[in-house]
Design a protein around this ligand. Structure first.
Ligand code: NAD
Ligand code: TYD
Length: 365
């Protein structure tokens, strides 16, 4: 970001910064010279190990806490005095939302409401320059638009909302609240609706890391339904660059769709991962990894196709994805192969002990 606070610190508050996309964003933002305070509850999806390289960096601070805790959020924004709040924190997995929708309503709707309220109070008390520079950037998803038929045009910013899963409905609710805070109170909000991300640090419950790690071990690769559901895949680094661009130059009150121009059927994605692993990590005891594919009963209410029309952000903010799906997937496979300790910590749950091992024991020495 170019704009700075009065003390020149260009300090931002990032919620959910220990999750998949949030941690990629924070690593990049700090590397670019920014100052970040992360607020993250460290649910099962939050992993402080993702941010390990920033420990000790004076431009980075981590606060463990809940975005639903109004007192905590209020105290933190008054202390940090951020020029922007970038809001990633959410329950993010569709399958979990089918089993336990309440957690999604709590964090995604109530949590976003709490943040908006505290942001509004803080922002309304700023001086003119800081109030003009302040931004609340809400990171959302293309799933709010529902499901496309094969011949339908891709989702644009004008596509009506039609969420189908509890996850999508909770994100749609949060998007509407963000919109209302701009229209009613003038809070300078920005909303991004992005397609499916993949890349380093993704928790292995989502399709790509789940299949990658199962295939590595010769375990079954579960494909829901007929495997022909289509997603538009975007490399996480490209998503982060888009968020930076929107933060810098987006029009308050507006929404921007972000996508990878990479529609792929799930079965194609799974087969490509198999081919990459057969090439990069051949295992004679496993052989051709495509044999591991197993069709399993479909997800209830499974959206058939997502596709993003990202022409607005290209036209108005000169952003477009740089990494092709083939290149991004190769990078991702390489990253997981080179970070098996991270994988082991996630699988065994040891990542939750990492804070104690790395910090509490360090302090005790
Ligand atoms: P993630 O599940 O990997 O990370 C979520 C993070 O939020 C975790 O660190 C978790 O600890 C934290 N969190 C959860 N509840 C919290 C609470 N109550 N208070 C504070 N922190 C809390 O998610 P992700 O895939 O990185 O997604 C980040 C954001 O991007 C989400 O808002 C999601 O809806 C959106 N999004 C994700 C994708 C995708 O493909 N993953 C695509 C488009 C948009
Ligand atoms: P996912 O990564 O959960 O993202 P989303 O549901 O937000 O799009 O799933 C991507 C696609 O892969 C989706 O169509 C569901 C499908 N899928 C499988 O076929 N098998 C699996 O084990 C998982 C987790 C997902």
């Amino acid at each position: 970001m170019t704009a700075q606070t009065a003390d020149g610190s260009n300090s931002i508050l990032v919620t959910g910064g220990a999750g998949f996309i949030g941690s990629n964003f924070v690593l990049r933002y700090v590397a670019d010279g920014g100052r970040v305070t992360v607020l993250d509850l460290l649910t099962y999806a939050g992993n402080r190990e993702n941010l390990a390289e920033l420990e000790g960096n004076p431009r980075f601070r981590f606060v463990q806490g809940d975005i639903c805790d109004a007192n905590l959020v209020s105290a933190l924004v008054r202390e940090v005095r951020p020029q922007a709040i970038v809001h990633f924190a959410a329950e993010s997995h569709v399958d979990r939302s089918i089993v336990d929708p309440g957690a999604f309503i709590h964090t995604n709707v109530q949590g976003t409401f709490t943040l908006l309220e505290q942001a509004k109070t803080y922002w309304s008390q700023l001086g003119d320059v800081e109030r003009g520079n302040f931004r609340f950037l809400h990171v959302s998803t293309d799933e709010v638009y529902g499901s496309l038929k094969p011949e339908d045009p891709a989702f644009s910013e004008l596509t009506p909302y039609a969420p189908n899963s509890p996850y999508a409905a909770s994100k749609a609710g949060s998007d509407h609240l963000v919109r209302a805070y701009f229209h009613t109170y003038g809070l300078p909000t920005l909303t991004t609706n992005c397609s499916n991300n993949y890349g380093p640090f993704q928790f292995p419950e989502k399709l790509i890391p789940l299949v990658l790690l199962n295939a590595l071990d010769g375990k079954p690769l579960p494909v829901y339904g007929d495997g022909k559901n289509v997603r538009d895949w975007l490399y996480v680094g490209d998503h982060c660059s888009a968020i930076c661009r929107v933060l810098e130059s987006g029009q308050p009150g507006e929404t921007y769709n972000i996508g990878g121009n990479s529609e792929r059927a799930n079965l194609d994605v799974v087969e490509t991962i198999c081919s990459l692993l057969d090439e990069m990590k051949p295992d004679s005891s496993i052989g051709d990894r495509r044999k591991l594919i197993q069709f399993v009963p479909d997800r209830p209410g499974h959206d058939r196709r997502y596709a993003i029309d990202a022409s607005r952000i290209k036209r108005e903010l000169d952003w477009q994805p740089k990494v092709t799906f083939e290149e991004g997937l190769r990078r991702t496979v390489k990253w997981y192969l080179e970070h098996m300790q991270w994988v082991d910590h996630v699988r065994t749950g040891a990542y939750r002990d990492w804070i104690r091992q790395n910090y509490e024991e360090r302090v005790a020495q």
